[in-house]
Design a protein around this ligand. Structure first.
Ligand code: SF4
Length: 341
């Protein structure tokens, strides 16, 4: 495995201006959907991006897919900034970075045979009919379907089969990275494991990297090598999945785990109930953005924003409880409430 990351996300921000009025519009503020996100993804690995809806994970994935331009920061693929690309370089980027979405209907044209849908990117790249036919047959078999099903239409398939077709279409251009946006959450529970195993098998065979956007922690645990937890546009905890799931530190991550205890068996003693709604990203709370919902908040949390700090190798947490632990100034109150205690 290469030492250099395939994908590097550096200080990424996406702020949307909110205006009022049509002719003489005035700025009311900015929605800080993504506000300083950094992480890396290596070839053949999976990063799981998790958080409640509104945490910024979908906007982050759109920036990585180059569907939107960042307000600040950069996304680099193979060391090259992606938002400067145009012309042939942009076409090459689209072949290297593909996506599979929650609803396979969004990427399948009901009036096209699945073979034609899978062949789209090959046609754009000037492949001959003969090569396209062979590649489509091969892709259908790779995702567990039959080559002769290329002549059928999407409505003739089940939901799980349609997601396999969407995956075949994404694989057609030999991508280096696939953004999987809630790829199994719309599927029957009985076929979710099959889809996850298929994704893992394909990754092992083709060394493709996945950015897995999900709210389901069990899926992330099964699939991801590295987990990134986002809250209100910021990363609050990130680390190797194995270490993070064994030793969750941030109160928000603990609350997510408490909602689905099966994601981390034996975690009942750490249960934290998540109260209230995610605050508006138009006017996020000062200090630690999680402080109005955090059962461990103390004075400093409302005015001082915590930085991400390493608490164990590769495992970073943005929470003042761990600043205190690190500097040896842990008060009794902090120790009593600390998730680490
Ligand atoms: Fe809770 Fe304070 Fe930590 Fe934020 S910094 S998660 S408010 S204890």
């Amino acid at each position: 495995m290469s030492d250099e990351p395939l994908l590097r996300v550096e200080g990424l921000k996406k702020h949307y201006r909110v205006t009022k009025g049509v002719l003489f519009s005035r700025t009311l503020g900015h929605v800080k959907a993504v506000d300083g996100v950094s992480f890396t993804l290596r070839a053949g690995e999976t990063v799981g991006l998790v958080g409640e809806s509104g945490c910024g994970k979908t906007t982050t994935s759109k920036l990585i897919l180059n569907l939107e331009a960042p307000t600040e920061g950069e996304v680099l693929l193979d060391g090259k900034p992606i938002h400067d690309l145009d012309g042939a370089e942009l076409i090459a980027f689209r072949a290297k970075v593909q996506a599979v979405f929650q609803d396979p209907w969004s990427s399948l044209n009901p009036r096209m045979t699945v073979g034609r849908t899978i062949a789209e990117s090959l046609i754009v790249n000037g492949w001959t009919q003969e090569r396209i036919k062979a590649r489509v047959s091969d892709l259908l078999v790779q995702v567990g379907l039959r080559a002769e099903q290329a002549t059928q239409y999407p409505h003739e398939f089940s939901g799980g089969q349609r997601q396999r077709i969407a995956l075949a279409a994404a694989l057609a251009s030999h991508p280096k990275l696939i953004v999987l946006d809630e790829p199994i959450s719309a599927l029957d529970v009985s076929i979710r494991a099959q889809m996850m195993n298929l994704l893992k098998d394909i990754q092992a065979e083709q060394n493709v990297a996945y950015l897995l956007v999900a709210h389901d922690l069990a899926t992330v645990r099964h699939m991801a090598d590295h987990t990134v937890v986002m809250y209100l546009g910021k990363i609050v905890e990130q680390g190797p999945t194995e270490s993070l799931f064994r030793d969750v530190r941030h109160p928000y991550t603990k609350a997510l785990f408490s909602a689905v205890l099966e994601a981390r068996p034996g975690a009942a003693a750490d249960e934290i109930e998540l109260k209230g709604e995610v605050p508006s990203p138009l006017n996020p709370p000062g200090g630690c953005r999680f402080h109005p919902r955090c059962p461990f908040a103390f004075d400093r949390c409302s005015h001082d924003e915590p930085d991400l700090r390493e608490v164990s190798p590769g495992h970073n947490v943005a929470c003042h409880l761990y600043d205190a632990v690190e500097t040896g100034k842990t008060s009794d109150a902090v120790r009593a409430t600390s998730p680490a205690s």
